[in-house]
Ligand binder design. Structure first.
Ligand code: GLU
Length: 383
């Protein structure tokens, strides 16, 4: 079911902490060596490979002798600092064994969410790839506090994969794919081999569970899938704990394959669509939904409710009358002004605000309609 990896030209692989670090013995060197053998094989076949590796905190715990107890924020950050050196060292040593260069990139949320920093990060990682070095990426856990964190490497990996135009994202996990329910708790759970589109039904299957070593449960993996597939990046979730986990996919071991969108959003629009935390929400009426579907801008007249505290240029989620998110865009007004002009005709804006504003609340160039709505729209036109 899952296509062989050799057909992909740029692959991002995300490795969960539990795969790399054993609670008592520390780094799993043999396993890492087998994964690097797979990576080297794909590079030899002509692919660009990117690694998003977790494990800094888990490794730092064992280096600093912190045991299993819950850590305070500053203790996890200290653990990340100690662990990251060892983690990056292990990667560069293993990659070098196979003749591969590597470079470490530590990112914080703003590096992918702010446009200027996003372009900068993309240029650095792109340069590493051009120089035939494998980028080894993690969140900069030592300085990031909760408001400025990704918090999980699943979504970070999806942001990196789409930023770099990868055609495949592989999430190596402690579970072999997506099930209709968490299989550990529900014996009737069925395995799902292929996901054509991430519908609300698929989202409902993702349990919230996360182990002590990994922050991401299935929830963050589905979020990652949404970001990736919308930008045209296929995604695979598979069990990482076996040796040579990437060649195992080609051998037909169990994995869930998420098909990429047939009409992916690219470049600037893909950056908008993948934004992790919209700063606000606009609820729109049925007429405006139709306008968005036919590629028009969102006018203030179609906005029935505004929430959140956002500034002009921030990302907002656009919700249909039923409350479902149907689009994302960069808003042309601050929240206070958006509230005042919501529901009003564009010609009334100067009188209401006292200045000549833009006629659109979200201009069509800054707006991305979600895949789910496009598909409903397509069904409607076919039916
Ligand atoms: N960045 C964290 C670490 O390296 C892990 C986050 C995650 O597992 O999702 O320890």
């Amino acid at each position: 079911m899952t296509p062989s990896l050799s057909r992909y030209r740029r692959i991002t692989v995300k490795i969960g902490s539990a795969l790399l670090v054993d609670r008592t013995t520390g780094l799993k060197r043999d396993w890492l060596a087998s994964l690097v053998d797979d990576i080297a094989g794909l590079v030899e076949g002509g692919a660009d490979m990117l690694v998003v590796s977790s494990g800094a905190i888990a490794l730092g715990r064992s280096i600093l002798g912190l045991g299993r107890r819950a850590l305070r924020l500053e203790e996890s950050q200290a653990a990340a600092a100690a662990g990251q050196i060892a983690l990056a060292g292990a990667w560069s040593e293993q990659l070098a064994r196979r003749g591969l260069k590597s470079g470490q990139i530590l990112v914080t949320l703003g590096d992918t969410e702010e446009r200027r920093r996003y372009l900068n990060a993309r240029a650095t990682i792109g340069t590493l790839l051009k120089m035939k070095a494998v980028p080894v990426i993690n969140e900069n856990d030592t300085v990031a506090t909760s408001e400025i964190r990704y918090g999980d490497n699943d979504r970070l990996a999806a942001r990196v994969a789409t930023m770099m135009g990868a055609d495949l994202l592989v999430l190596l996990s402690d579970i072999d794919g997506l099930y209709t329910a968490p299989p550990a708790q529900d014996p009737t759970a069925r395995f799902i081999p292929v996901v054509d589109a991430i519908t609300s039904e698929i989202e409902a299957m993702a349990g919230g569970a996360a182990s002590e070593l990994s922050r991401g449960g299935m929830r963050t993996k589905i979020d990652a899938g949404k970001i990736a597939t919308a930008a045209g990046t296929a995604m695979i979730i598979t069990l990482g704990s076996r040796m040579n986990p990437l060649s195992a996919i080609g051998r037909g071991e169990r994995a869930t394959f998420f098909r990429p969108s047939a009409n992916p959003v690219k470049g600037y629009k893909s950056w908008i669509a993948g934004q992790l935390e919209p700063a606000g929400r606009l609820v729109i009426d049925a007429g405006a939904v139709g306008a968005l579907l036919s590629g028009k801008s969102l006018l203030p007249a179609g906005v029935s409710a505004v929430s959140g505290s956002f500034s002009r240029g921030d990302t907002v989620a656009i919700l249909g009358p039923d409350g479902r998110e149907i689009a994302r865009g960069l808003v042309a007004y601050d929240a206070a002004d958006a509230v005042r002009i919501a529901g009003r005709k564009s010609s009334e804006i100067p009188a209401v605000l006292g200045y000549e504003g833009r006629s659109a609340m979200v201009h069509r160039d800054d707006l991305v309609v979600s895949r789910a709505l496009e598909e409903t729209g397509a069904m409607r036109t076919q039916g």
